[in-house]
Design a protein around this ligand. Structure first.
Ligand code: ADP
Ligand code: MG
Length: 321
């Protein structure tokens, strides 16, 4: 990419993911502040380390409500709403199942069916109680657990974008392990070319790229975190109805939106719906655009942003024409 020659890249590993910041000007101080901000935000939402507000909520399951800060309350509230949408496979109360499978964290076996069944009973999102007045969250049964792993990075990507704007930085890009938020494109360019990964390919191998600026691009794929057993692939996005990984024609979904939080929510929602239902569903959300990558080596475009195919083995199906 010739544009990259005029960019400064800063990287770190945070939240278990590679983080990449690109700026038009060399600014070590700003980059340091951004990484500090991400770490701070992560501390609010992680469920893998003691001390986060979310951990406190989970630890008090079956015991008492826990007061959380305004941003944490707001994100939990949004997560609950989305979890309760009709037909939603997004479920923020899915923690007990995620913890049991441990996919992406050394998990490499299929839990017994009766265990999954028992854990499913602890994942009803409607039972999570939010008190707007007190800003508290209560999990009424021991063992219940909130997991915001599907949306925390999206939320944080938006926080970083706003922070960069506040600091007078309008050209750049932040990539939080697959959650991308773009600002203005580099001088002389009209857009950023954001890669859509080749599933199970070498790192950096792409099916194609989509041209955007001032938009978020979020991808969720079955190839990101998974294990294989007896010829079957078990990945990290679970079907809250069955307790097993979602299984349909999709290998990945990329969502293009203004807010990365929306991108993160919709990748999970659309992944659960599959291509056909997603295309119907998206009619009600004109501000959300998507690219579907299927097992049949199809790239189904539901976006107005220009897409460039880079791997000729894949076939483009444009749902917008
Ligand atoms: P990543 O970008 O880290 O791959 P995703 O945004 O694709 O993450 O979300 C996957 C994560 O979301 C899982 O690791 C788990 O923590 C959580 N999760 C798994 N299944 C669901 C679900 N059905 N609803 C909400 N969150 C889920
Ligand atoms: Mg997500």
């Amino acid at each position: 990419m010739p544009a990259d020659a005029r960019l400064y890249a800063y990287s770190a590993v945070l939240m278990g993911s590679p983080i990449l910041l690109k700026l038009a000007e060399h600014d070590e101080k700003l980059a340091g502040d951004v990484f500090r901000l991400i770490r701070q935000q992560e501390n609010l939402f992680t469920v893998n380390r003691a001390g986060s507000q979310l951990m406190a909520v989970n630890a008090a399951a079956g015991s008492h409500p826990v007061a959380v800060s305004a941003p944490v309350f707001a994100l939990i509230k949004r997560a609950r709403e989305v979890s309760l949408l009709a037909g939603s496979c997004f479920n923020f109360a899915i923690g007990p199942l995620v913890k049991r499978w441990k996919i992406g964290f050394q998990g490499d076996s299929v839990p017994p069916a009766h265990e999954l069944q028992a854990l499913l009973a602890l994942t009803d999102p409607a039972r999570v109680q939010l008190d707007e007045q007190q800003q508290t969250v209560f999990l009424p049964q021991p063992g219940m657990e909130i997991d915001l792993g599907a949306i925390a990075k999206g939320y944080i990507a938006d926080v970083v974008r706003d922070f960069l704007h506040q600091r007078g930085c309008f050209c750049g890009l932040i990539n939080l392990g697959g959650n991308l938020q773009t600002l203005d494109a580099p001088a002389g360019e009209t857009a950023w070319a954001i890669g859509v990964q080749l599933p199970f390919g070498e790192p950096g191998a792409l099916i194609g790229s989509v041209a955007v600026s001032n938009k978020s691009v979020v991808t969720s794929g079955v190839y990101e975190r998974y294990f294989e057993l007896n010829g079957r692939l078990y990945h990290h996005i679970l079907n809250p109805q069955t307790g097993y990984p979602l299984d349909n024609e999709l290998l990945g979904v990329t969502v293009i939106s203004d807010r990365s939080l929306d991108g993160d929510i919709f990748t999970t929602l659309l992944y659960g719906l599959g291509v056909e239902q997603s295309l119907v569903f998206l009619k009600d959300y004109p501000q959300i655009e998507a690219i579907f990558v299927t097992r049949e080596q199809q790239v189904v475009l539901a976006t107005q942003q220009p897409f460039r195919l880079l791997d000729e083995r894949w076939r483009i199906i444009d749902s917008t024409v």
